[in-house]
Design a protein around this ligand. Structure first.
Ligand SMILES: CC(C)(COP(=O)(O)OP(=O)(O)OC[C@H]1O[C@@H](n2cnc3c(N)ncnc32)[C@H](O)[C@@H]1OP(=O)(O)O)[C@@H](O)C(=O)NCCC(=O)NCCS
Length: 199
C-alpha cells in the first residue's frame, strides 16, 4: 500500500489497484540528437540552453511514462556543464526515475556527447529534475511507487532522498539571510569582496 504522510486529498485514479508500483526500467528513456550548427553559441560550442531544453524533454517523457499522467518541471537540481559540446557531436540523454514522493518524482539525467568521427565519448553533465504529476484539473496527483531492480537503483533512491532533505535545510538557512541595516557593518562584512557601495 502507498502511504500518505499527510491528509492532503489526492487523485488516486491514475493508479490501478493491480499495479500501484512500476519498475525503474519501465520508464527509462534515451533521447539522441545530432548537434547542428544552429544550436551553437557565439563561441562555436553548443548553447547551454539547447542542452537544458533536451534535458527537460527527456525528463518529461520519463516522468510522464512512470506517472501515467501529464507532468510539469518543479525544479532542477544543479546543472554543471563539465565539457563543451561541439557542433557535429551526437548527444545522448539517459533518463531514469530515481525517486518518487507522493505527487513528485526525481528524474536523474546523464548526458554524454560522442564525436562521430573519433567515437570519443564525453560525460557532459548529470542533473536531477523534480517533476510533479498533474491530473485533468491541473492538480497534483499521486504517482505510482517505484520498484528498485538493482543496487544502483537503491543507491540512487537513497541519494535523491538525502538531496531532498539537504535542499530543505538549505532553503531554511537561505531564508534567514539578513542584510545588516548599518552600512558600516555591511562594509566590514564585504571586506575582501570585489564590490563597492556607492549609494
Ligand atoms: C510545482 C507545482 C506543481 C507545485 O504545486 P503546489 O500546489 O505547490 O503543490 P504541493 O505543494 O502540493 O507540492 C506537490 C509536490 O511538488 C513538490 N514540489 C513543489 N515545489 C517544488 C520545488 N520547487 N522543488 C521540488 N519539489 C517541489 C512537493 O514537494 C510535492 O511533492 P510530493 O507530493 O511528492 O510530496 C506548481 O508550483 C506548478 O505547477 N508550478 C509550475 C510548473 C511549471 O509550469 N513548470 C514548467 C516550467 S516553465
Amino acid at each position: 500500500m502507498l502511504k500518505l504522510a499527510n491528509s492532503k486529498k489526492l487523485n488516486m485514479s491514475a493508479i490501478t489497484p493491480s499495479s500501484p508500483y512500476k519498475p525503474v526500467s519501465f520508464s527509462q528513456t534515451v533521447i539522441t540528437e545530432l548537434m547542428i550548427p544552429s544550436y551553437s553559441n557565439f563561441g562555436g560550442k553548443i548553447h547551454g540552453g539547447i542542452l537544458l531544453s533536451l534535458m527537460d524533454k527527456v525528463a518529461y517523457v520519463c516522468a510522464a511514462k512512470h506517472a501515467g499522467n501529464y507532468c510539469v518541471t518543479a525544479s532542477i537540481d544543479t546543472v554543471d556543464f563539465l565539457q563543451p559540446v561541439e557542433v557535429g557531436d551526437l548527444v545522448s540523454l539517459m533518463a531514469s526515475v530515481n525517486y518518487v514522493g507522493k505527487t513528485s518524482l526525481v528524474v536523474g539525467i546523464r548526458v554524454i556527447s560522442e564525436n562521430i568521427k573519433t567515437n570519443k565519448v564525453c560525460h557532459t553533465n548529470t542533473s536531477y529534475f523534480t517533476m510533479v504529476a498533474k491530473d485533468e484539473k491541473n492538480q497534483p496527483v499521486l504517482v505510482p511507487g517505484l520498484i528498485l531492480e538493482n543496487r544502483d537503483h537503491v543507491r540512487r533512491f537513497f541519494e535523491a532522498g538525502r538531496r531532498k532533505q539537504l535542499k530543505q535545510n538549505y532553503k531554511q538557512e537561505a531564508d534567514q539571510i539578513n542584510v545588516p541595516e548599518s552600512e558600516e557593518i555591511c562594509k566590514q562584512m564585504l571586506t575582501g569582496e570585489r564590490c563597492l557601495i556607492s549609494g
